[in-house]
Design a protein around this ligand. Structure first.
Ligand code: ADP
Ligand code: ZN
Length: 758
């Protein structure tokens, strides 16, 4: 009797669990876990699904459908990847389908096959390809100038050859050189003189030849490297806490070399795409070929190619990828045998994905990935996150300190400027203090560079009617609109809604609209007024939409083709410029006063990091912090670069108010178009949760921005004490949410869960 065979598959949909399909007897030989298949779903949809499991248990209770067709010959998802997906969906309370959707580049999820990029090559046929035949051939074409030009061009391009098969030349290049069209070439192909064939080409940039530059570590770096080795004997995760410009990257490169020589793959994670530009140059100088870069600014086809190349990077492949340099999403790549994961700037919150699900943290996910591969993890930063440093002092992670800057240049001198006082005395010039203007002037005279940091993009934070106080707000969100002078429009930074700037106040008709607060665009404009000769660049979300624009901005500044770089937190993250003398922090107050339990930690990290861009190579740098609150304890800690003071004070607060690392947070956000339905649903869910878990629940409350894209929002924050059975609490939370969506009145309420929402 014939055994029936079934496949459990994941669909790229936010639905729980896997789905079972029948495997026909013809398909049995071809299916295996990790292979993609086409399956019907719902009334008439067809999806690309990936097989998780093959078995012989017929599912009961519904009509089972067939797999329509099979896409792959070899698996495109590995066993370790599935195990990582499982962990993510369980830990971050999302569905495997959501993880699937985030993990695979779009090109692997659409129903067309991935097509390699090709170009057409032309060569002489074997009959005409032999050397002595060339003269005869040209003689025969003497009456047709176009044809003989083609043959001559071919001979010039292909050069001498000794092999059996005549060499191919690029068709486009041939036509250009011969100055002929396609038709003439086709005639010669029909006549059996030329033949044409397709050559596969890579979409990725060509690897440069290996250059194998080895930098000599200095004493403190060598000591740190030894300490890291010792620490790895005890724990698989180690933090390298090294001040800015201590040469952490050089230490990473040594560790990478060791891992690669042991035959392992390395994942090098960076928090910001902009950083890959600088690091890739350093990695290529050290390792040459075998490095791939992976992040969302690459085209989909390029990402698919990296994915496929990694799958083939097993032992024995000469051309394999040994090092992946990437942003957050590279934790999803199909590593075959990862041996080392480096997480640079581990404190950065860009490692956390907030929307959509999976709301994962790439650092924590990478640590899990390492565990699956038996790999080691090195976290590196000058300003560790409170939770990581806590893991170090409790012995969960190893800790290595590196306190000297590589060139023994002192940490920058930090000056605090009291803007409240200056404003009162009418000494602020637009948003610049005299000290900052003097500093910039001096740097420019000495041909040194300046970075100005402001954590907001756009021109002004809002515009306000000078008469009635009216402030234009987003139609769909509960926020004021940001004014962008370029393009003269108002823009919502939550949903992207834009509108032209009104000529007059829509409320009272007054034409005096006043810009309030300032963003990077305004600083760029003002600084140009103060220093008309200076060359100014701006780096923020608006100027870096493409990968090339990042590179150009960074290159320009590196090559000293611009004097002043104005930017958002993008400029704070580990960039290494040699000629920056002065860093200006335009306004420290918005960061400090942000209503979030990590606001102080974040402000410290941001200010210390952006300060770290000053004085890296030549002489000691200067930092000027403008603030209305110059006695704020956190500002003092930045000035004295006192990480431990920040850490201890924060830890104390977290302990007192039960925040991480002393509790885990799960945030539930409910969304609905009607406020009353939302209120009822949130109230109901909170009530049910309070009955079934004993953990502390805050809310429901409206968040700071209480309406986004036309939906009202309400939050519940659950604090789960350390030591509680986390998966049990989570499954109870999950059950209450399922229960809520079962109630007809609340069916249309959207519920989203964020585990570790920070
Ligand atoms: P960090 O990552 O700690 O901020 P980097 O690794 O970027 O510091 O090092 C700062 C600068 O010093 C870089 O330009 C780097 O090339 C240089 N540098 C660090 N260590 C060495 C070394 N051992 N030999 C030569 N140059 C070094
Ligand atoms: Zn909006």
């Amino acid at each position: 009797m014939e055994q029936s065979c079934y496949a459990d598959v994941f669909l790229p949909l936010p639905l729980p669990g896997s789905f079972t399909y029948r495997v026909s007897s013809e398909q049995v030989q071809q299916v295996q876990p990790g292979i993609r298949v086409r399956v019907p779903f719902g009334k008439s949809k067809v999806y690309i699904a990936v097989i998780r499991k093959i078995h012989e248990q017929k599912p009961e209770g519904y009509e089972i459908r067939n797999i329509l067709s099979i896409v792959d010959i070899e698996p495109v998802v590995t066993g370790n990847q599935f195990r990582l997906w499982d962990w993510i969906s369980e830990y971050y309370m999302c569905t495997p389908g959501e993880v699937f959707r985030a993990a695979l580049p779009a090109g692997l999820k659409i129903t067309e096959k991935y097509r390699p990029k090709t170009f057409t090559s032309i060569r002489l046929t074997k009959a005409w390809g032999r050397k002595k035949k060339a003269g005869q051939l040209l003689a025969g074409l003497i009456r047709s100038p176009a044809r003989s030009r083609l043959v001559t061009a071919y001979l010039a391009l292909s050069g001498n050859h000794h092999g059996d098969v005549p060499p191919g030349v690029n068709k486009q290049e041939l036509l250009r050189k011969a100055e002929t069209g396609n038709r003439v070439l086709s005639e010669l192909v029909s006549a059996g003189i030329f033949e044409s064939y397709e050559t596969v080409m890579s979409r990725l940039e060509k690897d440069d030849l290996p250059s194998g530059i080895i930098t000599e570590l200095n004493g403190p770096q060598r000591k740190a490297l030894e300490d890291i080795h010792t620490a790895f004997d005890k724990t698989d995760v180690v933090l390298l806490h090294g001040v800015t410009s201590s040469g952490k990257t050089e230490i990473y490169i040594q560790l990478i070399r060791e891992a690669v020589e042991a035959g392992n793959q390395v994942l090098y994670l960076l928090p910001e795409i902009a950083l890959t530009t600088q690091i890739i140059t350093r990695l290529k100088a050290a390792f040459g070929a075998g490095i791939a870069v992976y992040h969302s600014k690459f085209s989909d086809a390029e990402r698919v190619e990296t994915w496929m190349r990694l799958l083939q990077s097993g032992p024995g492949n000469e051309n394999k990828i040994r090092i992946i340099l990437g942003a957050r999403s590279s934790v999803f790549l199909p590593f075959i045998h990862a041996g080392l994961i480096i997480i640079d700037e581990e404190h950065e919150n860009t490692y956390k994905q907030f929307d959509p699900a999976p709301r994962y943290h790439a650092r924590d996910t990478a640590i899990m990935l390492a565990r699956l591969h038996g790999a080691r993890v090195l976290l590196g930063t000058a300003t560790p996150s409170v939770e990581t440093y806590y893991n170090c002092i409790t012995g969960k992670y190893g800790l290595v300190e590196l306190q000297e800057r590589y060139l023994e240049i002192g940490m920058p001198e930090i000056k605090v400027v009291n803007t409240r006082d200056l404003k009162r005395r009418k000494q602020m010039h637009t948003n610049f203090s005299p000290a900052l203007l003097d500093g910039i002037a001096e740097a420019l005279i000495n041909k040194e560079q300046v970075i100005l940091f402001q954590n907001r993009r756009g021109f002004s934070l809002l515009i306000e009617c000078g008469n009635c106080g009216f402030i234009p707000r987003c139609r769909y969100c509960d926020v004021s609109l940001t004014y962008h002078k370029q393009g003269n429009h108002l823009n919502c930074h939550y949903c992207g809604y834009t509108m032209p700037v009104p000529k007059a106040c829509p409320s009272c008709g007054n034409t005096g609209l006043i810009a309030q607060g300032f963003g990077t665009e305004k600083i760029e404009e003002d600084i140009a007024l103060h220093f008309p000769q200076a060359r100014i660049s701006r780096m923020d979300l608006d100027t870096t939409r493409t990968r090339k624009s990042f590179e150009q901005l960074i290159n320009r500044f590196e090559q000293k083709e611009s004097d002043i770089l104005v930017g958002t937190q993008m400029v704070s993250k580990g960039l290494d410029f040699e000629n920056v003398k002065l860093v200006g922090i335009m306004n420290a107050d918005t960061m400090l006063n942000y209503p979030d339990f990590r606001a102080h930690e974040r402000s410290f990290q941001l200010m210390a990091q952006v300060s770290g861009r000053a004085g890296r190579k030549k002489s000691r740098g200067t930092v000027i912090i403008q603030t209305a609150d110059h006695n704020h304890p956190l500002i003092r800690m930045v000035v004295t670069n006192d990480f431990m003071a920040m850490f201890n004070s924060q830890l104390e607060e977290r302990r007192r108010f039960q925040y991480p690392p002393f509790a885990r947070l799960v945030e539930i956000t409910l969304k609905h178009i009607h406020r009353d339905i939302l209120d009822n649903a949130a109230g109901f869910l909170a009530g049910q949760l309070r009955k079934s878990i004993r953990d502390n629940i805050l809310g429901p409350e409206y968040p700071l921005v209480s309406r986004v894209q036309n939906l009202y929002l309400k939050n519940l924050l659950i604090k789960i004490e350390k030591g509680r059975d986390l998966s049990r609490v989570k499954s109870r939370i999950g059950a209450r949410i399922t229960e809520l969506s079962g109630i007809p009145e609340f069916r249309s309420v959207r519920v989203q869960v964020d585990v570790d929402p920070y």
